[in-house]
Ligand binder design. Structure first.
Ligand code: ATP
Ligand code: MG
Length: 439
């Protein structure tokens, strides 16, 4: 019987792992620059952490992997997103009492949503996200957007669009909700079953419906911007003018409401405009939440903002734009054993190479001379060390540069110095020619 990976899941295969690691390095470096610290929360939480009262989003109502261990009555849910767990931890660990708010956190990890798998839409996928918790300032909103935008630019993406909108504060949202209810009431019969539920729970969600988005009534939906109170308008105006000053290109999208119920004020998405992205073109999305920290038991009126980047969608966007991704690096040294009597001498050399920071390997299966050369070739090794009985008995090593094919014999004790000198000078040589090429 053949075993297969569950639908909507992906293995990260070894050949692709270098691309992921290099992207993760960039993400970490940016967080380091912006003074964000890493947080790791459990991959499952008590179900109620995600299933908030009155939450109308599909993610919470239809897509969660909820389970009960066989010997337990506790309902647990594999995280469908990062924010809930991070805010739960922020409150539980009383991080809100820090004298230096906001607390700036980043996370990366696997999320689970039971959705219909498509390109860019998986059931298990990975997010990198940030949460900035404990203050409310347009500067913080803009800082998180700039962080997101700078990361995607640094990774090489060009076809990007920042879409932004505001949902206003609680009062504005309430105004708007009532307006939407009045507006949609005559069409309610024609909308999908989900929208009927949304109408009661959170009519804003109707604007995000993937079934009804072409219904004629969607043409003239009242805009949130007409229902914002003064302070919400002022807040959003400041956010936009800060983005202008920093020359971050954006587009105000009055229909942008985002898929989760908890957002207030600024919401945003970064979309890849590349045609290969298909329907799943949003690589990153986030917004401010005024009510989440109090919901989890933190101080009333304490706000936060965050975003999450879909790693798999990011990779699709990078590939679509033809951006070269990091591949498995070449080996520095391949150690070749030419006589069985020299094997342990060769093996000791291998271990020493690594102790000095050289990426090195050797065949452990007794391959012949030719087979070992082929293996060195496949590993794109820079140097081969030829070690046979002659070398062993004289404490020598034959070093072969596999690029130039030059070969020389040196004292075993001089090996590291030899490699340090030669790898260094060749490295400089390569850098020189790289500079020439780019001039
Ligand atoms: P969508 O409208 O595409 O369903 P969403 O509003 O559910 O997205 P968020 O919950 O805001 O998305 O998640 C942030 C990011 O995580 C998305 O922009 C996307 O890049 C990624 N993402 C979300 N769901 C999936 C999924 N099922 N598979 C792969 N990536 C996903
Ligand atoms: Mg979704």
């Amino acid at each position: 019987m053949a075993y297969q990976i569950p639908r909507g899941c992906q293995d990260l295969l070894p050949e692709d792992s270098y691309a992921w690691q290099s992207i993760e390095r960039t993400l970490r470096e940016f967080c380091y620059l912006y003074n964000y610290d890493e947080i790791r929360t459990p991959i499952f939480e008590h179900t109620k952490v995600f299933k908030r009262e009155n939450d109308s989003s599909d993610m919470v109502n239809k897509e969660m992997y909820t389970f009960q261990p066989e010997n337990s009555k506790t309902s647990l849910t594999i995280r469908p997103e990062g924010t809930a767990g991070v805010v739960r931890s922020f409150v539980e660990n009383k991080m809100y009492s820090s004298p230096d708010l906001p607390v700036k956190l980043f996370y990366m990890g696997t999320m689970a949503r039971h959705e219909r798998p498509q390109k860019g839409r998986l059931r298990l996928f990975n997010q990198f996200g940030v949460e900035c918790l404990g203050n409310k300032s347009p500067y913080t909103d803009v800082e998180t957007i700039v962080l997101a935008y700078s990361i995607l630019k640094a990774l090489g993406l060009k076809d990007l669009k920042v879409c932004i909108n505001t949902l206003g504060d609680e009062e504005s949202r309430k105004n708007y909700r009532e307006t939407l209810k009045r507006y949609f009431a005559p069409y309610l019969d024609e909308l999908c079953a989900d929208c009927k539920r949304r109408y009661e729970q959170n009519p804003l969600r109707i604007l995000d419906c993937k079934v009804d988005h072409e219904h004629p009534c969607m043409q003239n939906v009242p805009k949130i911007s007409d229902y914002l109170n003064d302070s919400s308008q002022e807040y959003f105006k400041t956010v936009l003018s800060l983005l202008d000053e920093l020359e971050i290109p954006y587009e105000v999208d009055p229909g942008l409401v985002r898929g989760l119920d908890y957002y207030t004020h600024t919401v945003f998405e970064i979309v890849s405009l590349n045609t290969e992205m298909g329907a799943q073109s949003t690589v990153l999305a986030g917004g401010r939440y005024d009510n989440l920290i109090p919901y989890y038991g933190g101080p009333a009126d304490m706000s936060g903002i965050g975003w999450a980047l879909g790693m798999e969608r990011l990779l699709i966007a990078l590939e679509a734009e033809g951006i070269e991704l990091e591949k498995k690096p070449d080996l520095d040294v391949f150690v070749m054993c030419l006589d069985e009597s020299a094997r342990s001498y060769a093996f000791q050399t291998l271990i020493e190479l690594r102790a000095y920071g050289y990426r090195a390997d050797m065949d452990m299966n007794g391959k012949g001379f030719k087979g070992q050369f082929k293996a060195a070739d496949r590993a794109h090794a820079h140097y081969a060390l030829l070690i046979g009985e002659n070398e062993r008995s004289q404490n020598m090593i034959t070093v072969k540069n596999l690029h130039t094919k030059e070969q020389t014999s040196i004292l075993r004790n001089d090996l590291i110095i030899y490699l340090d000198d030669h790898m260094e000078s060749e490295h400089h040589h390569q850098e020189d020619s790289y500079e020439k090429n780019t001039l």
